[in-house]
Structure formats: structure tokens, C-alpha cells
Design a protein around this ligand. Structure first.
Ligand SMILES: CC(C)=CCC/C(C)=C/CC/C(C)=C/CC/C(C)=C/COP(=O)(O)OP(=O)(O)O
Length: 412
């Protein structure tokens, strides 16, 4: 399964290679579009330098929602993740409500020049245009600043995903992910490593974006390296948060909440988180067969057992009544998360609503297609046809015209 976003990015060197500043001197080599696809050298990442860690492991920065030092977990994954949501919301509350005039943090010194920065954003835009077509089309309605920022974030997510899901994924190690995380810290500290990082550095200096969801996404990649089974939904939920819920949390500060919205900031973040979870659950249900062929089962083991199913049934790919019943329950759960997400889209700033509605409506339809395939997600890939997409887009546009709630009804 692709863990988050299937964007393919231009080459980047995550090791001690060329820095942003050096790339400036070298005349933009990162923008060579002929080297567009799959050129992230994970091998170099594995061998590269990066900041030194204790025996290759870094203890200083870890997910804020992992276990306590004693290793005990007293909360469910959902409670822990919601804690992140609350902290995010508290952090940015004031800035988000400022209407068109986004409060901009003081400029941090980014190496390079403005022309290069603009090229960096253009490059991010090209990647989005190529690999996230519908969403990218929707972002055209956003202000140029917001659009560029969304591009920069999605390109970072794509590059992160590429580390464990790309052609060189078999070379990736936890130490390489540690180096990628060090590099992330540098991006947030205004020390970008290459031009694409430069775009993200600029974005996080202009919008109230917190680093935690980015760190958590890397944590999701670590989880994917060490785990191929999920005991229960609680474990699966945490994984979905790491690899997709985080994208929702990263996006809200850019998309902005409508100034006239009476919804609480937390509730909008909660909806964004729910959309990431819903998308990931849908992705998982669509890709059951594909994942099984890679020896992976992203389904709650206890629920499989309750349904009288085991990994063997999945590897055999038999569509039985037991499987249909199990799938109905999983689809129902994914739809609940979409329902939760829908409550929040209307609260986003007006120009941000369409791309979100469009992607939500289209992704949600994959669940209908799994049903239409009689739950055969082993050998049939559920997809939404072009004609169905064309019908869905005006619906998404109409939904995006609905104004935010005028009452404080959207509370968790
Ligand atoms: C709802 C509110 C208030 C805000 C919206 C906040 C956003 C943008 C949430 C979306 C989060 C998101 C895009 C998560 C990624 C989820 C995911 C599983 C993407 C799948 O990406 P690919 O792997 O490229 O999919 P395909 O395999 O279908 O191409």
C-alpha cells in the first residue's frame, strides 16, 4: 500500500550532499525535469552523514504521542491524537482567524534569492499537477500564497512517503529516517537543504504550521518499517494518523478557517484529522490484495478473528460471505470518518473548500466502488471512472458554496 501520497518528486539528497546554497551556486540542478521520477537515492540516504545520533538512534526528537518513558500507555490512540489536535489548535488559534491578511511571521533568512524561491514553488506545483491532478486543479481557486504553501507541504509529504514506498524503499533504515527528521528540523529552523526544502522553509515561516505533524509522519514511516500487522483498530488508527491524519493537521493553517465561522478551531482540526483517517482507511480497503502480495495486512487482527477470518483467507484472496460481512463493517467505519470530516469542510475559508470537497467526494466514492465490485478487493482495484468524476465535481463545487455555520454548533 502506498502509505500516504503518491507524488513523485525530483531528486533530493538527504545525506550530506548538496545543500540549498550549493544548489543555488550549481544553477538549479534540482529542477532538471528529465530526472523527474523516482530519483531519490535512498542508498545515499542510508549511507549519508546527517547529524550524528547515539549509535544511529536519535532520542531527542520523537513523536509527542508515543508511550511514556516507562513504556506504559494509559490513553487510547484516539485520545492521544486528539491531544495533538488540541495543542495544534491552541497554537494557531489567533492567526487563523485573521481574514485575508494572514499574520506573517518575521522573515527568516533563507539562502538563495527570491527568483529561486519562486522557481522552487513552481517546481512543487509541477509535481502536484502531475501526481495529484484533481486536488491541484482545486487549489487554483486558492490565493497564490496558500496554493504555493499547499504545494510545498505536499511535496515534502510525497518525498517522505517515497522513502519507504519508492523504488529504493528496501534500502531505507530507521537511521535514514532519523536523518530525514534532522533535515526537517533544519527546514523549520530556516536552514533548508535543497530548493524544495527551501519552499517548505518559506511556507513554515509564513504560516502558523507546527512541526509535530511532520515529525509524526516520519514516525509513521518508522512504524511501517517495523510492523506489518495491527492487533486492533486502536493500533491501526495510530498508523492512519501518522501517515494521513497528519496531512490534515498540516493543511488547516494554510487553508485557513472562514472568519465568519463560529466553529471552534479544535473542531475544524478534528475534521481535518478525520478526513486524513477516512482517506487512509479507504486506501487500505482498496489495496487489500496489493498489500497482501507484499506480505502486509493493514486490517485489525481482532476484528478479522471475530469475523472468523485469518491472514490465510486474505492471502488466498477468497471473497466469502464472512469477508463481505467484515468488509461492510470496515466500510461503515470509514464512512463515519468521512461524515465527521464533512462537518468541518464548510468551516474552511471559502476558496479552500472546493479542493477539499472535491478530494473528499471522489475518495469517498472509492468505497462505493468496492461495494460495486462485490467486495473483491483482492484482484479488482476499485476506482472512480472519469465520467463519475465529472459528475462529482460540480456537486463538490456546489457544496463548497455553502457558507460556514453561524452558530457555535460544531463542537466536539
Ligand atoms: C476537512 C478539513 C477541515 C480540512 C481538510 C484537510 C485535508 C486537506 C485533509 C486531507 C488529508 C490527506 C490528503 C491525507 C492523505 C490521505 C491519503 C490516503 C492519500 C492517498 O494518497 P495516494 O496514495 O496518492 O492515493 P492514491 O493511491 O489513491 O493515488
Amino acid at each position: 500500500m502506498s502509505v500516504a501520497l503518491l507524488w513523485v518528486v525530483s531528486p533530493c539528497d538527504v545525506s550530506n550532499g548538496t545543500s540549498f546554497m550549493e544548489s543555488v551556486r550549481e544553477g538549479n540542478r534540482f529542477f532538471d525535469s528529465s530526472r523527474h521520477r523516482n530519483l531519490v537515492s535512498n542508498e545515499r540516504i542510508n549511507r549519508g552523514g546527517g547529524k550524528q545520533t547515539n549509535n544511529g538512534r536519535k532520542f531527542s526528537v520523537r513523536s509527542a504521542i508515543l508511550a511514556t518513558p516507562s513504556g506504559e500507555r494509559t490513553m487510547t490512540s484516539e485520545q492521544m491524537v486528539y491531544d495533538v489536535v488540541l495543542r495544534q489548535a491552541a497554537l494557531v488559534k489567533r492567526q487563523l482567524r485573521s481574514t485575508n491578511e494572514l499574520e506573517v511571521k518575521p522573515d527568516i533568512p533563507i539562502p538563495g534569492n527570491l527568483g529561486l524561491l519562486s522557481e522552487a514553488y513552481d517546481r512543487c506545483g509541477e509535481v502536484c499537477a502531475e501526481y495529484a491532478k484533481t486536488f491541484n486543479l482545486g487549489t487554483m481557486l486558492m490565493t497564490p500564497e496558500r496554493r504555493r504553501a499547499i504545494w510545498a507541504i505536499y511535496v515534502w509529504c510525497r518525498r517522505t512517503d517515497e522513502l519507504v514506498d519508492g523504488p529504493n524503499a528496501s534500502y531505507i533504515t530507521p537511521a535514514a529516517l532519523d536523518r530525514w527528521e534532522n533535515r526537517l528540523e533544519d527546514v523549520f529552523n530556516g536552514r533548508p537543504f535543497d530548493v524544495l526544502d527551501g519552499a517548505l522553509s518559506d511556507t513554515v515561516s509564513n504560516f502558523p504550521v507546527d512541526i509535530q505533524p511532520f515529525r509524526d509522519m516520519i514516525e509513521g514511516m518508522r512504524m511501517d518499517l517495523r510492523k506489518s500487522r495491527y492487533k486492533n483498530f486502536d493500533e491501526l488508527y495510530l498508523y492512519c494518523y501518522y501517515v494521513a491524519g497528519t496531512v490534515g493537521l498540516m493543511s488547516v493553517p494554510i487553508m485557513g478557517i472562514a472568519p465568519e465561522s463560529k466553529a471552534t478551531t479544535e473542531s475544524v482540526y478534528n475534521a481535518a484529522l478525520a478526513l486524513g483517517i477516512a482517506n487512509q482507511l479507504t486506501n487500505i480497503l482498496r489495496d487489500v490484495g496489493e498489500d497482501a502480495r507484499r506480505g502486509r495486512v493493514y486490517l485489525p487482527q481482532d476484528e478479522l478473528a471475530q469475523a472468523g477470518l485469518s491472514d490465510e483467507d486474505i492471502f488466498a484472496g477468497r471473497v466469502t460471505d464472512k469477508w463481505r460481512i467484515f468488509m461492510k463493517k470496515q466500510i461503515h467505519r470509514a464512512r463515519k470518518f468521512f461524515d465527521e470530516a464533512e462537518k468541518g469542510v464548510t468551516e474552511l475559508s471559502s476558496a479552500s473548500r472546493f479542493p477539499v470537497w472535491a478530494s473528499l467526494v471522489l475518495y469517498r466514492k472509492i468505497l462505493d466502488e468496492i461495494e460495486a465490485n462485490d467486495y473483491n478487493n483482492f484482484t479488482k482495484r476499485a476506482y472512480v471512472s472519469k465520467s463519475k468524476k465529472l459528475i462529482a465535481l460540480p456537486i463538490a463545487y456546489a457544496k463548497s458554496l455553502v457558507p460556514p455555520t453561524k452558530t457555535a454548533s460544531l463542537q466536539r
